[in-house]
Ligand binder design. Structure first.
Ligand code: ZN
Length: 296
């Protein structure tokens, strides 16, 4: 069965990503040639061409410098969300540091576009078991949903035993709906990531098609995500580790077509328009589930 699914964009520049955090100082961000405006417009045009509206989680640092871009995203029919201000790993922050960063970014995006922001996507999926307090802060600061949990084992992120379909997290300040990144299972496998970012760009497309079909068969909607820099094969090359360069630069020239193929598979929309919150049941992430086998 084909399920309603979601497409999202994490609006950030090529030098903001975690893969380059060791070689790019945040204090130096201003000195890098920015490509985020042009690249985000390429994403907007691609969405128009595919006839799809999505959710754009915007970095506060970008919203502060390019408020016209934020307004344009909203005026072209898309939902606005928040992707933090400084793109730091949440589990390395204190709850107070996280609150300040989140409020600053949310205010900048809302001021730029004049619309309320309801959704949050953490940098590098960094809501993990070390940072479950982030849900409390998100509810307190006026968010109604989050899309940051990746139910996989990974060297930087992941809650491998989290639910794989949308669920509700109860906090003292009210509920937050969580939309996890998509995973599927093959016979005997752990949770396999599919349909977004590097997994969409780097793995062969037959893997994406297989994973999307399997996830739908299991009743799991696709939560896809892309980054504006993933459509920019000509971005300046940064001198990071081989692993980081492979993750960041592989198949940038093929991403547009990968995205088109994905969108052709089924109905995609923003979180706001998806209606998927009706599927979400309350789940307590503090209770550990039986762990799936290791993700290769
Ligand atoms: Zn990001």
């Amino acid at each position: 069965m084909i399920l309603q699914s979601v497409v999202s964009v994490d609006v950030e520049d090529y030098f903001h990503v975690e893969a380059f955090a060791n070689v790019v100082n945040r204090a130096d961000w201003e000195s890098y040639p920015s490509r985020v405006e042009a690249n985000t417009r390429r994403v907007l045009d691609l969405f128009d061409e595919c006839g799809v509206r999505g959710t754009y989680f915007i970095l506060g640092w970008v919203a502060e410098r390019y408020p016209v871009l934020v307004r344009e995203i909203a005026s072209r029919g898309h939902e606005l969300g928040c992707h933090s201000y400084w793109h730091r790993l949440i589990y390395k922050l204190s709850p107070e540091e996280f609150r300040q960063d989140t409020v600053r970014a949310k205010n900048l995006i809302e001021q730029a576009a004049g619309v309320p922001v309801q959704g949050y996507r953490s940098p590098t999926f960094s809501i993990t078991r070390k940072s479950l307090w982030a849900f409390d802060v998100l509810a307190e600061t006026g968010f109604s949903y989050d899309s940051s949990v990746f139910p996989v084992r990974h060297d930087v992120y992941g809650i491998p035993d989290a639910p794989r379909a949308p669920f509700v997290v109860q906090t003292p300040s009210g509920p937050i709906v969580e939309y996890p990144m998509t995973t599927f299972r093959l016979r005997g496998s752990g949770n396999l990531p599919v349909g977004g970012g590097g997994y969409l760009r780097i793995f062969p497309y037959w893997y994406t098609r297989l994973g999307v079909e399997r996830a739908w068969r299991e009743g799991i909607p696709i939560v896809s995500y892309i980054h504006p820099w993933e459509l920019d094969p000509h971005q300046p090359r940064l001198n990071a580790s081989l692993k980081s360069r492979l993750r960041h630069y592989t198949n940038l020239s093929g991403m547009e077509n990968r995205f088109r193929e994905l969108i052709r598979m089924g109905p995609f929309s923003s979180f706001r328009e998806s209606g998927l919150e009706r599927l979400a049941r309350v789940h307590d992430l503090k209770e550990r589930q039986e762990c799936p086998k290791k993700t290769p």
